[in-house]
Design a protein around this ligand. Structure first.
Ligand code: THU
Length: 136
């Protein structure tokens, strides 16, 4: 699975976004270590706080199916039909921290001119709090 293909699957997932309040439609594609892909879209709610981001939709689908090992996630989003740069929000980065190795898990999103920005979770969540911090 190359980077561009994972981005394409994120675009496909974005088609299902439920974003009538913000108009900001997001899609995500999450790649497991075994090569399987789980997709997700943002799902907003009239009670705004009940909304869920595309990345967490993808993670929760995968985790609820028993998946625990992940290599990368691609995220695309933007208002209505346009796509802009869509780096994952802080809450989603924290969810990634729960299930991914920050030194090997990649986050992909498009930057200006549709170039693919690719970072390790460690770079986007430095000094992240995880299960290891609770161990003693
Ligand atoms: N959103 C995502 O789905 N993922 C992100 O990484 C950023 C924000 C959603 C949440 C909300 O439905 C809309 O985009 C505007 O914030």
């Amino acid at each position: 699975m190359d980077d561009r293909e994972l981005i394409r699957l994120a675009y496909q997932a974005r088609a299902s976004a439920h974003a009538p309040y913000s108009g900001f439609r997001v899609g995500a594609a999450l790649l497991t270590n075994s090569g399987k892909v789980y997709t997700g879209c943002n799902i907003e709610n009239a009670s705004y706080g009940a909304s869920n981001c595309a990345e967490r939709t993808a993670f929760f689908k995968a985790v609820s199916e028993g998946e625990r090992e992940f290599q990368a996630i691609a995220v695309v989003g933007g208002k209505e039909e346009i796509t802009e740069s869509c780096p994952p929000c802080g809450i989603c980065r924290q969810v990634m921290m729960e299930f991914c190795n920050p030194d090997t898990f990649y986050i992909l999103f498009e930057g200006k001119g549709k170039i693919i920005c690719k970072y390790l979770l460690r770079e986007l969540l430095p000094e992240g709090f995880g299960a290891g911090n609770l161990a003693r």
